[in-house]
Design a protein around this ligand. Structure first.
Ligand code: SF4
Length: 687
């Protein structure tokens, strides 16, 4: 193991125990499973069956259904029977919060139960209590007494379990001792895991979800480390980002959190939680997993270790992802990669790149001929010919790479150009444009360079890359405060390769800013979005990268040239990785059988009036039972509290209770005004 992964420089899946969910095997190198959750009322048997079927046909290998009380848990039997009658044998999972009685019923019916250790035994009162060690132990015994009956039922019925920790719903006990931290999340699961193992029950999957991908990734890494050191083995991991929202933002956030772990071989099953109909989650899961070329692994003979009923199977690792890959050097100072997130790489500033500046966005216009003022609208700059002024949106790109295409009109002051070297050399006004050079050209001291800013392409361990004097390159660039590195790789495991290069730069004390270049040759923009989010987001959340430069060959080839979408994806990635906040952040639950209003419609309504409140975090949650706990670090919350009733929160505090749904959005706006976070939208400019 290298810290939390089998390898940090080549793709190897993490070895985990094998868990049996009905006939489905999870963990132990089995293909990564995809799953979703229904949004119907669990008492609506036919509605739930039909939605489950739509999900199964879209690819779900497990379907989760909420069981908020005993009656819903009992109705799982009718749902299961109806599905089986219609020829669907996909395992079902009961989702439990607060109700051990419902869990004990469901565990006799469905193949798996999910419990949330933050609320399985405890009712959350948001109280900070000082526990002595003896008090704490007493609490653990109380959990043991309440949790053990469920374990015994699961053992008897062969039912699997997910211990699913959520960042937003940690118990008061955990919050008091560990705070709202990844370590608290891990300990919350470990308390339950220790009890389960003491009963010799191992058919368990674990999850550590958060709506913040950085917190989520840190928690999974810590969990793996803790399981390895304390138990000597790892349970299979279910990956997901909670309350990711909808549309492009929800997909980006999920891809960053889930992808950052999958890139290091971590994760045995995934769920993408979107505030959309459940079946729309599955194509996103598939697009994420396509990167890892899932194939059925032929397993050798099963081996029962220590008579525990665990099937440990040794199977070949999927090495397909290591094709087209030259070796990436081992990491020398591995302790630098700490489990709670890597240190941000310290850099100096070159113009507006590096240091404490937010990461920049470079737009690719190199295939666009005759670039006009109108074209800049797609990347956040709208020209007004009457006033001869530019309106600049919050998602305006910082640089345009024009290649050999010259721009001859006056640019907005915040926008600069990157030209290929020969065009830059003959350009008249070198204050608005800067050159891009490859390594060999950079090493050529006889050619002119910009005294302000040079973009230097730098390859990260690609196979068959032209040879140049690397030592000389490192020495030269280290003392050059006009140069920004642009890191790219041909290696298939781009995240590991570029991350390794960032570490090499740290080792060599090279403090030039570095932009991450990410190319996509995927077949669709949906796939490109996932690709960009994973390959840049996974690095950004670990503190690497002073900018991103995305390039989509599919659009180029098809002449679709989705500049607006590409710009929006770039800013979406920076927002989701919390490195550059340019818009309101919406934290909305995916909805389930507890939801008290039309979550998709309401999210759209709230978004329509608050989308311009840059940096504000607004949660839209379907129910009062879980919503307030799950909305994590939102600044304001809009939570269903009864049929047609909404309760508004400021942080965790209730400020308007049971507001009629018809006026709740207006009341939310009033609340934002009262708290002086409201600004009027600029009506005149639409991008
Ligand atoms: S917060 Fe949303 S997804 Fe979670 S239990 Fe409530 S309605 Fe269901």
């Amino acid at each position: 193991m290298e810290l939390y992964a089998e390898s940090l420089t080549e793709y190897k899946r993490l070895k985990t125990l094998e868990v049996k969910v009905g006939d489905l095997l999870i963990g132990n190198y089995h293909p990564i499973r995809i799953q979703t959750m229904t949004t119907t009322d669990t008492m609506d048997t036919i509605g739930t069956v039909e939605q489950s079927i739509r999900c199964i046909e879209a690819g779900a290998e497990l379907v989760r259904i909420t069981a908020p009380s005993k009656k819903e848990a009992e109705n799982l039997l009718n749902i299961k029977n109806e599905l089986r009658k219609r020829g669907y044998f996909t395992p079902l999972v009961a989702d439990i919060h607060f109700t051990p009685n419902a869990a004990e019923i469901a565990a006799r019916i469905v193949e798996k139960v999910r419990v949330n250790p933050g609320n399985y035994v405890d009712k959350k009162k948001f109280e900070l209590i000082e526990y002595s060690d003896a008090d704490y132990q007493e609490e653990i015994e109380r959990i043991r007494n309440r949790f053990t009956p469920l374990i015994k039922i699961c053992k008897e019925y062969g039912t699997a379990m997910r211990i699913g920790t959520n960042h937003g719903s940690l118990s008061d006990r955990i919050m008091s001792r560990y705070g709202d931290t990844p370590i608290g999340m891990v300990e919350s699961a470990m308390e339950f895991l220790r009890i389960a193992e003491s009963e010799n029950y191992y058919n368990i999957v674990l999850s550590m979800k958060s709506s913040n991908p950085q917190v989520m990734v840190q928690a999974y890494r810590l969990l793996i480390e803790n399981m390895q050191s304390e138990l000597g083995h790892c349970y299979p991991l279910h990956l997901g980002v909670t309350e990711a929202g909808d549309g492009e933002d929800g997909r980006i956030k999920s891809a960053i959190g889930i992808g950052a772990l999958l890139e290091d071989g971590i994760g045995d099953t995934i769920r993408v939680s979107l505030t959309e109909d459940s079946e729309f989650e599955l194509p996103v899961c598939k697009n994420i997993l396509k990167r890892y070329q899932q194939s059925k692994v032929v397993l050798p003979v099963d081996e029962d270790i220590n008579g525990r009923g665990i099937l440990w199977t040794v199977s070949p690792l999927s090495t397909e992802n290591n094709d087209q890959h030259s070796p990436v050097p081992a990491i020398k100072n591995i302790s630098r990669l700490n489990m709670t997130g890597m240190d941000t790489r310290k850099t100096f500033v070159v113009r507006n790149i590096g240091g404490k500046n937010v990461p920049v966005v470079v737009t690719n216009f190199h295939k666009k001929e005759n670039i006009s003022r109108e074209d800049l609208k797609d990347i956040g700059y709208k020209y007004n010919p009457v006033t001869d002024k530019w309106n600049i949106s919050d998602i305006a790109a910082d640089y345009i790479f024009c290649g050999n295409n010259e721009i001859d009109f006056a640019l907005p002051g915040t926008l600069k150009l990157i030209y290929n070297y020969d065009l830059w050399k003959k350009s008249f006004d070198k204050t608005k444009c800067f050159p891009v050079l490859n390594e060999q050209k950079y090493l050529d001291d006889s050619i002119e360079k910009s005294p302000v800013l040079n973009f230097i392409m730098f390859d990260c361990y690609s196979p068959d890359y032209p040879v140049f004097d690397k030592q000389k390159f490192y020495e030269k660039i280290k003392n050059d405060n006009t140069s920004v590195l642009c890191l790219s790789t041909e290696n298939k495991n781009a995240v590991q390769s570029i991350r390794r290069m960032f570490l090499e730069l740290i080792e060599r004390e090279i403090k030039n800013p570095a932009i991450i270049i990410c190319d996509s040759e995927k077949d669709t923009m949906d796939e490109s979005l996932i690709h960009f989010a994973i390959e840049t987001g996974a690095l950004l959340i670990d503190g690497f990268g002073n900018g991103i430069w995305l390039s989509d060959h599919y659009s180029d080839n098809q002449k679709i040239q989705e500049y607006k979408l590409m710009n929006s994806i770039a800013f979406g990635i920076l927002q989701a990785s919390r490195t550059r906040i340019s818009k309101t952040e919406f934290i909305s639950c995916p909805s389930c059988g507890r939801t008290l209003f039309d979550l998709q419609e309401t999210t759209a309504k709230v978004r329509a009036v608050t989308h311009h409140l840059k940096g504000l975090k607004i949660a839209i949650m379907g129910c009062i039972v879980n919503g307030p706990g799950e909305m994590a670090d939102a600044d304001f919350g809009y939570v269903g509290s009864g049929p047609g009733k909404i309760t508004l929160y400021k942080g965790k505090e209730v400020v308007k209770r049971n507001v009629p749904e018809g006026i709740a959005v207006e009341e939310l706006v009033s609340l934002l005004k009262e708290n002086k976070v409201w600004v009027e939208p600029e009506l005149s400019v639409s991008f």
